[in-house]
Design a protein around this ligand. Sequence first.
Ligand code: PEP
Ligand code: MG
Length: 561
Amino acid sequence: MADPGRPAAPDGGLAGLGVSQGRAAGPMIRMAPQPALPSPRQVADPAAETAAVVKALESVTADLRQRAANAARGTGGGATREGGGAAPGGGDAAQAGGGDAAEILDALAMIADDPMLREDAEAAVRDGLDAPHALDAAFTHHRETLAALGGYLAERAADLDDLKHRAVAACLGLPMPGIPAPGHPYVLVAEDLSPADTAGLGTDVVALVTEKGGPTSHTAILARGRGLPAVVACAGITALTDGTVISVDGKTGRIGVGLTDEAVAEVRRSDREERERLANSSGPGRTADGHPVKLLLNIGSAADLRPGAEGVGLFRTEFLFLDRKREPSFEEQVAAYTEVFARAGTVVVRTLDAGTDKPLPFLGLPPEPNPALGIRGLRVDRVLPAVLDTQLDAIAEAARATGADAWVMAPMVTTPAEAAGFARRARARGLTRVGAMVEVPAAALLADRLLAEVDFLSIGTNDLSQYTFAADRQHPGLADLLDPWQPALLKLIAACADAGRAAGKPVGVCGEAAGDPRLAPVLVGLGVTSLSMAAVCVPSVREELSQHTLEECRELAALAQ
Ligand code: PEP
Ligand code: MG
């Protein structure tokens, strides 16, 4: 693992933490932040301010129309989520294909081009506001009008915030905020990315590099899910100029800067060859002497499903609903789960894991001073029990309809009583395989008592590291504490595996540690029965396990602790 404190690689490039394997190269484009409004100015020339307002709105409209045209042609924007706000259709827009995305972008362009909006901004200039503040006032007024109408129209209010940020940026001569859609392949560079940003990336993004973030951040997880090379905690990357041609090595964390065309071609060739080599590996997970270890997939939606694994070990259902302003209905949820169940034999569904780094706006949870230690995961059930009831109903219905082998588990279980309560409600709906995630040291320490209540455990090493080492999983400076080789973490995993062996029940790992090929034999040696990871990691984990007997795995596990 690269040292996040070391900004420059010896070859003059940059270095960060490689969090999603693969190599890519191309021109970089930075994701611009939302513009801050400057202090108001005294207006000396109202005509000039009005002209600036009109020019900003025209430029936003033209930019959106251009993006719509690109999306319609399928050159980016196909899955582009515009800005930080919700495009029409909420989360659906984030996943929209070329045609849908083009329609969405055209609809946004029409709003930006609305004469009433322009007249409102011009009136604000007549009232004495400078151009950026006049735009801000006009968009805010329209937003409030929409919000007051309620229902579907109120959901569209967030689009106006996105358009406002764009108009103000255009007026101030700043780059447009949000995920760029230049119409050609590029490396996306950002200070940091929210899960919603990452979930809505267009197909034109070939790699991700962020200045912040850690190895278990959701940027890393989503990049792996999409098979995109990614480097986080890369000091100095946002200081480079847009258009600089860079290479990204998602394994070593190295960033090459200022590449020639030949060097770009070489990076792409070597990435293609490595992917082809790994794609040829197949079959169930086994040690060299045939001890079976299930290799499963971590997915956020049906789009992450790939052949070559033995089922789904972690279906992060909250990723389906990150952008939603309204709770997804029972029917919508049944449809989303059915899509996955129909294509994957065995699926471990995790109920919504909301809160802290994965906020779900529709829950309307109030801000907390310490969100990672507050109402998140299963704890949301303390304040909104109907949400879990609806979700369990929908999972049970999708399982019945498809005949899938659906297992269900809760995130952030802390006590045996919580595990028992969850199991009771899941079983009441006919779900027979009920489990608990172990993400909190308290749960690992009482793994035997948890297993008296549930049928399996799944260890979330991302959060288990965070809570064991009191180290924010997003913190770029604490990667050494979040390293899954830490003996204290391995001892907690061993305690869970021992409890599983004694109870005769499966204990898997579904955190990012499960996709580390060097760690896989250690986890198996500790007694873990399945490893669940992004599809891109499966071939190398399979290859590594096949090189060690179970006895060797046990020796490695003893050494590592
Ligand atoms: C984990 O914490 O290890 C886990 C798998 O859950 P998530 O990363 O979604 O929090
Ligand atoms: Mg977790």
